[in-house]
Structures are given as structure tokens and as C-alpha cells.
Ligand binder design. Structure first.
Ligand SMILES: Nc1ncnc2c1ncn2[C@@H]1O[C@H](COP(=O)(O)OP(=O)(O)OP(=O)(O)O)[C@@H](O)[C@H]1O
Ligand SMILES: [Mg+2]
Length: 262
């Protein structure tokens, strides 16, 4: 078994990072039978909402993991009563933690150091990141074996994708990541077939992916049911088991499953 640590990275907010994190976690656990840990690095505690969890105390959140006196007791909650899905919850105090990490010599490698010294037993660890490319995302990159980049289908998507790739290459060099985490690919999110711009972008993006030497995954379709599901603290797979959008995550989890099984 190869443990995959997948960081979901984007340089914008609201592009579907947390949606991808939680729906991949469900698909990997239930359809592919893998054990999954979700880590919330977002001070807005997005995963609490998507996983239907009550807010955690700082000591029961990722802030305790990143603190200097962490002894390896990962605070993990179970999502959707599925034993195979554990969540290390976020907390807004992580912003304060990040400020102290900035001046720590290994501040960019804190998550990586914790995951090496006190490894999680899960086959997949999915790291959900905040929207801005700061120290927390550097931690997510340094800890990752793989990254995946959701793309919002809007006019600046192409430039945005190129910018994130540039950041990923430069930041990996700056952090001395050798090997650099593998880029699994881009995922166009919230695609609407009825929107001309979405159709045009979807035609352009494979060319861009080829230029950037990465994969363009099938799009995640737009559906208000994603919002309704998260409002109930559920993934769409539980909220609407027959919904076609549930299939949109399969190719990514199939690829991850192959990587786990080597
Ligand atoms: N495919 C989709 N169709 C419709 N709505 C979606 C889809 N994906 C995500 N959403 C909704 O868009 C909003 C933003 O999604 P999400 O929270 O996953 O993005 P994010 O990139 O994690 O945002 P943030 O940067 O704030 O963490 C949420 O309300 C979510 O339910
Ligand atoms: Mg989010």
C-alpha cells in the first residue's frame, strides 16, 4: 500500500476545493473501500459544514497538530457515520498558529513533519486548503505526495491555471521538495452545459493541460443539489444517491486507487 497525501490547491476562493475534498473522500471510502483522512487547513472550518460536524475546540483541531507540543494524538472525528472517513477539523485559531509558524525555522514543513513523525494510518489523506497562497498552502504542498487543482470556469480560468502551475513549480523549488509532489491534474468545477462560456472553456482547457503536461479530469457538473446537500452536512452521494453528478468524481478516485495499490 502506498499512502497518498493529496492536497487540493487553488489560488481563488469558492472554486469547489472543499466540495471536491469531501466527495472524493466519500467515493474513495465507500466505492473504492479505502480508509480516508480529511485535514482542514482552512480557518473558515469548511469541512465542519460539509461533514455535518459541530465546531471543534482548538485542542481537538488541526491547530493542536501544528503546535510545538503535539505528541501524536491526532484529533479525529468520523464523518457521516462512515468509519473509513476521519476528519481532522479546522479552527480559526490556525491563523494565529500560522503567524507563529512563519518565524519557526521549519514553519513551512510543520504538517509534513507531523505526518512523517506521527503517520496517519489511512490509505489516503486529503488536505483541504484555504483560498490564498500563504504559509498554510505551502504546508499543504510540502506535505503532499500529490496535488490536484480545481478550476472555476470563468474568463480568467486559463490564466489562473497557468498561475497556479507557476506557483507550484517555484514553491516546490523554494521548499526544496525533491521529488516535487505529482500534479494529478485539473478539475473543471461547476460546469453548466447551457453556458456558452463554459462550453468554450471546456474545449480550450485540454489544450492548456497538454501544454502544461498534466491531465484534465472530466468536469464536475453544476448542480444546486451540491449546495442543498452541504446544507444538510452530507455529501451528494448520501443526499441524492442516484444523482448523475456523483459519477463525476469516479475517474479521480479510480486514479488514486491505482496509485494506492501501486
Ligand atoms: N458543482 C457544483 N455545483 C453547484 N454548486 C457547487 C458545486 N461545487 C461547489 N458548489 C458550491 O459552491 C460553493 C463553494 O464551493 P466550495 O466551498 O467547495 O469551494 P472552496 O473552493 O472550498 O471555497 P473556499 O475557498 O471558500 O474554501 C459552495 O456553496 C458549494 O456548495
Ligand atoms: Mg473550502
Amino acid at each position: 500500500m502506498n499512502q497518498i497525501i493529496l492536497s487540493i490547491i487553488a489560488n481563488a476562493g469558492g472554486v469547489g476545493k472543499s466540495t471536491l475534498a469531501t466527495h472524493l473522500a466519500y467515493d474513495l471510502a465507500v466505492r473504492k473501500k479505502h480508509s480516508v483522512a480529511l485535514i482542514d487547513l482552512d480557518p473558515q472550518r469548511s469541512l465542519d459544514v460539509f461533514c455535518g460536524l459541530e465546531p471543534a475546540e482548538p485542542a481537538q483541531s488541526i491547530t493542536s497538530v501544528l503546535s510545538q507540543d503535539f505528541k501524536g494524538e491526532w484529533p479525529l472525528a468520523t464523518a457521516w457515520k462512515i468509519d473509513k472517513v476521519s476528519v481532522c477539523q479546522g479552527h480559526q485559531a490556525i491563523e494565529q498558529t500560522a503567524r507563529t509558524l512563519v518565524i519557526h525555522p521549519r514553519g513551512h514543513y510543520s504538517l509534513s513533519d507531523r505526518l512523517k513523525k506521527y503517520p496517519l494510518p489511512h490509505e489516503v489523506v486529503i488536505v483541504d486548503c484555504p483560498a490564498t497562497l500563504g504559509l498554510l498552502i505551502s504546508n499543504a504542498l510540502a506535505a503532499a505526495t500529490h496535488i490536484i487543482i480545481p478550476l472555476q470556469l470563468e474568463p480568467k480560468a486559463v490564466q489562473g491555471a497557468a498561475d497556479v502551475i507557476q506557483w507550484y513549480i517555484n514553491q516546490s523549488l523554494d521548499l526544496g521538495l525533491d521529488p516535487r509532489p505529482d500534479l494529478l491534474g485539473f478539475v473543471p468545477s461547476a460546469y453548466e452545459a447551457g453556458t456558452a462560456m463554459h462550453r468554450q472553456l471546456l474545449e480550450q482547457l485540454p489544450v492548456l493541460a497538454e501544454q502544461l503536461n498534466t491531465k484534465m479530469y472530466p468536469h464536475i457538473r453544476n448542480s444546486k443539489e451540491f449546495v442543498n446537500a452541504s446544507g444538510q452536512g452530507l455529501p451528494l452521494q448520501i443526499f441524492r444517491p442516484g444523482h448523475k453528478a456523483n459519477d463525476d468524481f469516479h475517474e479521480i478516485s479510480n486514479d488514486l486507487s491505482r496509485l494506492i495499490n501501486g
